[in-house]
Design a protein around this ligand. Structure first.
Ligand SMILES: CC(C)(COP(=O)(O)OP(=O)(O)OC[C@H]1O[C@@H](n2cnc3c(N)ncnc32)[C@H](O)[C@@H]1OP(=O)(O)O)[C@@H](O)C(=O)NCCC(=O)NCCS
Length: 291
C-alpha cells in the first residue's frame, strides 16, 4: 500500500471518477454523481485527498465562496465531504489532510463548516469552535392561489438547468448578516439531494424560489434573484395547501424584517475558526449554501 497526497479540482478530471466512487462509500445517502452530472463541480471546488493506487481513501473538500459577514464581503472557505473510508480510519489520515488544507486560506479569510453529531469533538482539534445558529419564522395564514402558480423547474430540462446557473451567478445575497454569493454549484447539490421538487421559477421577474411545504408550515429555503424580491406575493403561488406559518432557511432581515427567532438550528452544527467575530443578532447562514 502506498498512500499519496493529491489535490483534485476542475483542472484534474482524471481523478473525478475516483472521487465519485469515494464519496458514497462515506456518505451513502447522498448522490454526488447527480450533482456532478449537472455541472456542480465549479471553479471554486477543490478536494484534498489521499489516494491508495487509483482509489481515494480519505478526503476533505474546500468550496471557495464570497461570504457576507455583518455587511462585509470576505473570501470564504467552506469545508465539506470530510471523511475517511472505514477501513482507513484511526491512522491519522484526516489529520494529515487538515494540516495540508489549512494552508490554503489567507489570514483574513473566513473558514467554516457544517458538522454532524459524530464529529463535535473532532473539529476543535484543528482550531474550530461551534457557533449557535437560529431559525426565523412568521405566523401567517393564507390559502394556495388557484392560478398564476409558479412553475417547478425540472433537472432534466437543459433550459431549466441554465436558468438556475445563470441566476445564481449574479444573485444578490439573501442576507448580509452571514450569507454568501455565487454558490450555484452548492445549489445544484441541493437540487439533486433533499430538495429535488422544490425549485420554483417566475419567468416574468426571473426569480428562483426554493421552498418545501411540511403540513401547514412553508419552508422558504432560498430566494435567488439579482434584485430585491417581494416574497409575500409569491407565497400563495407556491403553497400546495393551507399555510399557517413560514420558516426561513436564512436570516430574513432583508426579505422579512419582522420575522422572529423561532428555534435554535440543531440539524447541522456550524463551526468556525476560533475567534471569528460573528453578527450580534441571531443569524442563520443560508441552508442551501451549506456544503
Ligand atoms: C471523522 C473522520 C473523518 C476522522 O478521520 P480519521 O482519519 O480516522 O481521523 P485521524 O486518525 O486523522 O484522527 C485525528 C485525531 O482526531 C481524533 N478523532 C478521530 N475521529 C474523531 C471523532 N469522531 N471525534 C473526536 N475525535 C476524533 C483521533 O483520535 C486523532 O486524535 P490524536 O491526534 O490525538 O491521535 C472519520 O472518522 C470519518 O470519516 N467519519 C465519518 C464521516 C463523517 O462523519 N465526517 C464528518 C462530516 S462533517
Amino acid at each position: 500500500m502506498s498512500l499519496r497526497d493529491i489535490t483534485v479540482g476542475p483542472d484534474t478530471p482524471q481523478w473525478h471518477e475516483a472521487y465519485l466512487r469515494y464519496a458514497p462509500r462515506v456518505f451513502p445517502s447522498i448522490s454526488f454523481r447527480d450533482w456532478y452530472a449537472l455541472g456542480g463541480w465549479d471553479a471554486g471546488y477543490r478536494t484534498f485527498a489521499i489516494a491508495d493506487g487509483d482509489e481515494i481513501v480519505a478526503n476533505a473538500s474546500l468550496q471557495r465562496l464570497t461570504v457576507l459577514l455583518s455587511g462585509h464581503e470576505l473570501t470564504g472557505w467552506q469545508l465539506g465531504a470530510v471523511g475517511v473510508l472505514p477501513e482507513f480510519r484511526g491512522r491519522g489520515l484526516q489529520h494529515r489532510i487538515m494540516e495540508r488544507l489549512m494552508q490554503i486560506p489567507g489570514k483574513d479569510d473566513l473558514v467554516y463548516l457544517f458538522a454532524n453529531d459524530t464529529v463535535l469533538e473532532f473539529y476543535p482539534r484543528f482550531g474550530f469552535e461551534r457557533a449557535v445558529e437560529h431559525l426565523y419564522g412568521v405566523d401567517i395564514d393564507f390559502e394556495p392561489a388557484a392560478n398564476e402558480r409558479l412553475r417547478k423547474l425540472s433537472r432534466t430540462s437543459a433550459a431549466d438547468r441554465q436558468h438556475v446557473k445563470r441566476i445564481a451567478a449574479t444573485a444578490l445575497p439573501v442576507t448580509r448578516e452571514f450569507g454568501a454569493r455565487d454558490y450555484g454549484g452548492v445549489l445544484l447539490w441541493y437540487w439533486t439531494n433533499f430538495y429535488q421538487e422544490c425549485f420554483y421559477y417566475d419567468e416574468q421577474s426571473d426569480v428562483v424560489i426554493v421552498a418545501a411545504q411540511h403540513e401547514d408550515r412553508l419552508e422558504i429555503c432560498d430566494v435567488v434573484a439579482d434584485h430585491l424580491v417581494d416574497l409575500s406575493g409569491y407565497l400563495p403561488r407556491i403553497a400546495e395547501r393551507s399555510v399557517r406559518s413560514v420558516e426561513f432557511g436564512f436570516t430574513p432581515e432583508i426579505i422579512w424584517p419582522t420575522a422572529r427567532v423561532i428555534r435554535e438550528y440543531a440539524e447541522s452544527p456550524l463551526f468556525l475558526l476560533r475567534g471569528t467575530a460573528l453578527p450580534k443578532l441571531p443569524f442563520k447562514y443560508p441552508v442551501l449554501a451549506q456544503t
